[in-house]
Design a protein around this ligand. Sequence first.
Ligand SMILES: Cc1ncc(COP(=O)(O)O)c(C=O)c1O
Length: 386
Amino acid sequence: MVARRVGEVEISGIRRMFEAARPDCINLGLGEPDFDPPAEIVAALADATRNGANHYGPTAGLPKLRSLVAGLYTDRLPSTTGDNVIITSGGSEALMACALALYDPNDEVLVPDPGFVLYAPHARLVGARPVPYPLTERDGYLPRMEEIERRITSRTTAIVVNSPSNPTGAVFPRATVDGIIDLAERHNLTIVSDEVYDRITYEAPATSFWGRTDRAVIVNSFSKTFAATGWRLGFVVAPRALVGPIGKIHYHIMACPSTPAQQAILVGLETGFGAMRAMVQEFRGRRDLAMRELARVPGMRCVRPSGAFYIFPAFDWPQSSVEAAMGLLEAGLITTPGDSFGSRGERHLRLSFATSRENLAKGLAILTRYGEQFTSRSSMRARRDR
Ligand SMILES: Cc1ncc(COP(=O)(O)O)c(C=O)c1O
């Protein structure tokens, strides 16, 4: 009765974690900003619904919004216009529309490991085969070209990249972007570049894949930028030849994106990113606080994230990532087990600093106590063995 493809995918480990949590747990599992959207766009959303913007709109989105989005990319490619843009129901729908429009059954699609939870399942749902490429702590979770190249076969048609990364917080330097473009050009690959955290960076700005090749499709979202994850609005920026095919699939999934949410986001783009910059400033402070505290957790190591709002520490406790996350949950802390992001996320946890400094400090204290039990056990064992 149920289609076989349903068995190809699982509900993400992140959701399972939340379902098991007590209400008084400290939550470092959040995948969204703990801020409200800027007041002027909240007001614009209310105005839009009061003023009749409650109906279907154009499939590819409101022309004015498409053109404002294109304006965010003209510094990279001056010829970018609204015709390159499709407004979607979040980055999630954009990723699914790309998978349906760009991957054929039996294609091989390179996906980051660890990487965001939708890339591999989307490939599987359309009958393609996700091929994980490794991101390692030693490389600061940046992809190595030779590791990607080794995995390319005659069936490989696309590569998914994500910078700034969920779960690692790594931000590609320009050389990495250039390396991937070079590789895609040589092997005829489409690049699906998930840039939903592009404005949340702490050192250098993120480098978009747009404008340097005609092989890149950009997936982006207003979810994180405007702290409006529940509004479900994102977009694709694509070469004109791909806008038609992706737009066609988008029509069959969604008909059109939310009209009032688009009206509100329009106001957000017109007023600028002031609120977002303040949010990023606060995230930077919390990241620094978290890094200081994490240095005290026995058996834990981490690479400092340069973007997004996650830290992805590795641990050497005698546990799997699910066991560690479950143990922490019992101790009152929600984290996300690293293996939710792929097999190379094993023995890692993802911690989100999209929560108050007070919660962050409490959560990291729980983590420290949790790590201490292993040092005291191993030192007890060492004493006993002497
Ligand atoms: C890397 C990445 N891509 C895409 C998304 C999808 O976001 P949304 O559908 O809210 O735009 C998320 C959400 O967490 C994400 O972390």
